[in-house]
Design a protein around this ligand. Structure first.
Ligand SMILES: [Fe+2]
Length: 242
């Protein structure tokens, strides 16, 4: 069994549209554990007018979950707190003022865009984060018209300093044939950095990282899969020691 990472999920109870109780959060963590996941960055949404849960509350609930998880899994599961930050003009400013969370306290920031944001909007926000010393990880690139239709644009984002994340559901085929073939293309062109579950609940958006690891190993080889599911995410945690 591999020690996989999941760097995108909504398991902090009652702070966004993810897990709505401690019981559900523990169920989700249990599912990850069975799948071979041993390190998880939990990334509750922050998005103006939709998810503005105060940071103190997010931290409090995360701490309570860590305590419950330790009882259940001992030290077998490492949990870190992050955020899925919806892009906004004041994003870098708020991060610098420590009013928003980066990934596990590192310089990496999981940034989400709206489905129809255009290329220059996305590029401007990536450049702004990089200029301020952050490393943007663009969440689920399969969702945006701008990134889905133009591989050159994805390359340009990477050249500008962004890293690329896709959701396991796309690769597992839960989002249809088009999603799967886009995912293959991104992997074969060596554009991908991370896969996250983006799991929200135990009913229709649950994590399947183990299945996805097998799929990626089959498509791209196990070395590639280890790179995406283990080595790259480990860099985020290792960067904390720099
Ligand atoms: Fe998400």
């Amino acid at each position: 069994m591999q020690s996989l990472f999941d760097i995108h999920c909504h398991f902090v109870p009652g702070v966004d549209d993810g897990a709505d109780s401690m019981e559900e959060s523990l169920w989700l963590l249990g599912r990850e554990y069975e799948d071979g996941v041993r390190s998880i960055i939990l990334t509750p949404h922050f998005r103006y007018q939709m998810f503005e849960t105060p940071m103190e509350m997010v931290q409090e609930r995360f701490d309570a979950l860590c305590e419950a998880a330790e009882e259940k899994f001992g030290d077998g599961l490492r949990l870190y707190l992050g955020c899925e930050l919806h892009a906004s003009e004041d994003m870098a400013e708020k991060l610098q003022a420590r009013e928003r969370l980066t990934m596990a306290g590192s310089r990496y920031v999981l940034v989400e865009f709206s489905h129809s944001d255009n290329k220059s909007y996305i590029m401007n926000h990536v450049q702004n984060l990089c200029m301020n010393g952050y490393i943007p990880i663009i969440a689920h690139v399969e969702r945006y018209a701008a990134t889905r239709k133009d591989m050159d644009f994805l390359w340009n984002l990477k050249k500008a300093g962004a890293l690329i994340q896709m959701n396991a559901d796309g690769i597992n085929g839960r989002e249809g044939f088009a999603g799967k073939s886009f995912a293959k293309k991104v992997m074969r062109e060596d554009l991908l950095d991370f896969i996250g579950s983006d799991a929200h609940n135990r009913t229709d958006r649950f994590p399947e990282m183990g299945k996805c690891f097998k799929q990626v190993s089959k498509l791209m080889g196990e070395d590639y899969a280890r790179h995406i599911f283990i080595d790259n995410p480990a860099e985020i945690i290792l960067s904390l020691e720099d």
